[in-house]
Design a binder for this molecule. Sequence first.
Ligand code: FPP
Length: 232
Amino acid sequence: MCKGSPAHVAIIMDGNGRWGKKRGISRSEGHYAGSKRMEEIIDASIELGINVLTLYAFSSENWSRPHDEVKYLMDLPVRFFHKKLPEFMKRNIQIRISGNLTPVPGKTREVLEKAVTSTANNTGMIVNFAFNYGGRGDIVHAAKMLMEEVRNGKISEEDITEKKLQQCLYTGDLPSPDMVIRTGGERRLSNFLLWQSAESELYFSDVHFPDFTGEMFAKAIGQQLGKRYLSG
Ligand code: FPP
């Protein structure tokens, strides 16, 4: 019998900036091309029967990029969800956010929160955007939550187990990723899902994310897309 698709796949969508530079266009235009490719990967994930897709959309380290690029990356979700949210509702997709939205500009934060709340009762595939996310920050955030629970007398120190800490991570009740894919040629995790990827298979592709097709994605997870998908 054929092996099925993994339940949870996470992607480090790297190489947008270099993709733009190679074409003599801006890094931001590279991010736009990346966002279009991201749409294709979401479609492919549905077709392949993946339960959870986590996408590294903005890392806690990305704030140090040039102001214009950060602004573009903050505006992108506004444009994206304006167009895609009605479709996600129709397709029963649930949106989650992993990360700290407190420092995120109001408009972007509102759009992301609205996407989460309006899709909360959807029961289909979960698309989890890691936004202002860092793996170390995730663990510190979970440790603080546990400390608070001990302080309030809700739990005692003995109740702190790996399982308990894992539940306090931004990914909460989601299963750990079976596979982490990184495009763009670098072979490292860059502070992505550090705790959650302890047992994950790692897959690296030299292809810049805007060129990483649905077919390449399917191949990475050992699957093939159906004819219906390929014929558009
Ligand atoms: C890394 O490439 C990629 C990012 C910092 C952003 C990725 C975001 C998207 C693909 C779209 C997100 C869209 C929504 C709606 C949330 P890089 O710029 O580090 O590439 P480089 O290594 O070539 O410089």
